[in-house]
Design a binder for this molecule. Structure first.
Ligand code: ADQ
Length: 489
């Protein structure tokens, strides 16, 4: 097979995502400092060693002047990154507006904004126009850098219009699109005023991927019900063209976590944490501060657990690490105050002069601190109201080889489909059920914990991010070869 022949040049891959995997900080008129931001997607694609990959995306900063743009483009080129420059108004309408205020809540079953129905409905159109404009700007940059034979892999709900923009100009481009969030039931998707445009555009891709089979099924039924197209076991048929639709569950770079636990600084950190929380069981939540993560529900369930189990009050601590995101959006500010208020109330109620039951941190932790925290945890508590996959559950499992702690996991996270058999699954809306699961987890016998951990550990170390990315790209290549064979027949 071509790509396995080391003498041939590697196949070029253009990865297009809203954000580049680096953050850029301006140092002067024509100088920039770049820092690689490691996340699920970045580490997944770092594993794609058999491809010659380049990233295309927004650098997260407004660069209105040409000198700044030129300098940033040059600096990014060294990291194989290509910037898309978006002006402030486009970012506001496309990113804060259409992406984060409309698609994100809707795809997580939180509905559409409706404080002021009329102005919201009017702003849908201008935000959608900005969304299309931004997607066209991404497409222009892709076209500028495209070479025949390249594979283009578009990521996430920010870029649902991109497959169409790409194919309109060049129908030979090989395009894949992957969604990192859930794809909701067609009954939810049909609320979107731009429901048809988005589906039609995604269908221009050759391969469309989701984390779970359910999301793929929802997408196919949205295409059949809203567009009247035919769904097949392979995907969706549209005027003789088949768009292949399938599930590609993401994973993590598990070796990176396992290796980190051996480092002296991580070992030191583990020791400190063990001393700090000696005599208490550690429960852990790690989330971006987002309504989809169900943080208030989680803390209320912990309160109910303490209420009903007074014997545990001085024997357990909940560490909730919540990185603030989208801090300029009012709903996120409201959520932050709500969480602080509940934590304050519970600590006031159950705390003593020397200890509080909840430690809540409003910030991100560095990688080594995070690994140490995962390693000392007895029970991880993940209560997302909806979550495409949830990589925190995978990271926890990867760091638990010695402790074999318990994972309490929302049934509404994609991860419930892969780690469900090794976790206590809960409905995060059912506070009493979550409280009872906390009790069950803390009292679970060691052999049962070991069995559940082994199941999860096996999954997390075999279904890695590298395998995910390689499978998607190889399926995209196969899809195109099959389509060519079909047209030749
Ligand atoms: P996210 O919603 O960001 O991702 P998740 O999959 O849990 O959710 O990934 C979060 C990442 O950020 C993890 O690697 C985690 O370690 C890190 N992180 C979170 N809080 C942190 C903190 N306080 N300090 C340090 N690091 C922190 C979206 C979708 C998910 C989907 C992923 C990948 O919403 O459902 O799993 O993309 O497809």
């Amino acid at each position: 097979y071509e790509r396995q022949d080391q003498r041939l040049p590697k196949q070029r891959l253009l990865v297009v995502a809203n954000r580049l995997p680096v953050s850029a900080v301006r140092q002067g008129k024509d100088s920039w400092q770049l820092e690689i931001s490691v996340g699920g997607l970045v580490s997944a694609l770092l594993g794609l060693k058999e491809f010659d990959a380049r990233w295309i995306g927004w650098a997260g900063v407004n660069v209105p002047d040409e000198i700044g743009q030129e300098a940033l483009t040059k600096a990014l080129a060294e990291k194989k990154c290509i910037p898309v420059f978006l002006d402030e108004d486009t970012v506001h309408q496309y990113y804060n507006g259409y992406c984060n205020n409309i698609i994100w809540p809707l795809f997580h079953y939180l509905g559409l904004p409706q404080e002021d129905r009329l102005s919201t409905t009017r702003s849908f159109q201008s935000q959608f126009d900005a969304y299309k404009k931004a997607n066209q700007m991404f497409a222009d940059v892709v076209h500028e850098h495209y070479e025949e034979g390249d594979v283009v892999w578009c990521h996430d709900y920010h870029l649902m219009f991109l497959p169409k923009c790409l194919k309109e100009k060049n129908s030979n481009i090989k395009v894949g699109w992957f969604l990192h969030t859930p794809f909701p039931s067609s009954e939810i998707h049909r609320m979107l005023p731009s429901r048809r445009d988005l589906l039609e555009s995604v269908l221009a891709a050759d391969l469309v991927g989701f984390h779970t089979y359910d999301y793929a099924r929802h997408f196919v039924s949205a295409c059949t019900r809203i567009l009247g197209l035919e769904g097949t076991p392979e995907g969706v048929e549209n005027q003789g063209k088949l768009t292949r639709v399938a599930a590609f569950p993401i994973g993590i770079d598990s070796d990176r976590f396992i290796r980190a636990l051996e480092l002296p600084q991580v070992q030191d950190h583990i020791k400190e944490l063990k001393e700090r929380f000696a005599g208490r069981k550690v429960m852990l939540g790690v989330d971006r501060l987002d309504m989809i993560k169900g943080i208030p529900q989680k803390i209320l369930a912990f309160e109910e657990f303490l209420e009903e189990n007074p014997e545990w009050r001085d024997k357990v601590v909940l560490l909730q690490i919540a990185v603030p995101t989208r801090t300029d959006v009012p709903e996120y500010q409201k959520l932050s105050s709500q969480v602080h208020e509940i934590v304050g109330r519970i600590n006031g109620r159950f705390g003593t002069l020397t200890a509080v039951p909840i430690h809540h941190l409003d910030r991100s932790l560095d990688f080594h601190a995070l690994c140490a925290l995962y390693a000392v945890t007895d029970v991880a508590l993940i209560t997302s109201l909806r979550d495409g996959m949830n990589l925190v559950s995978y990271e926890f499992v990867a760091c638990q080889a010695s402790k074999k702690g318990v994972l309490i996991l929302s049934e509404f996270a994609g991860a419930a489909q892969s780690l469900g058999a090794g976790a206590l699954l809960v409905n995060p809306w059912n506070i009493a059920e979550v409280a009872a699961s906390i009790s069950q987890a803390l009292n679970m016998p060691a052999d049962e914990r070991e069995k559940m951990h082994q199941h999860n550990f096996m999954h997390v170390t075999t279904h890695t991010s590298q395998e995910w990315a390689a499978t998607f790209v190889s399926e995209l290549n196969d899809t195109i070869i099959e389509a060519q064979l079909r047209t030749r027949q």
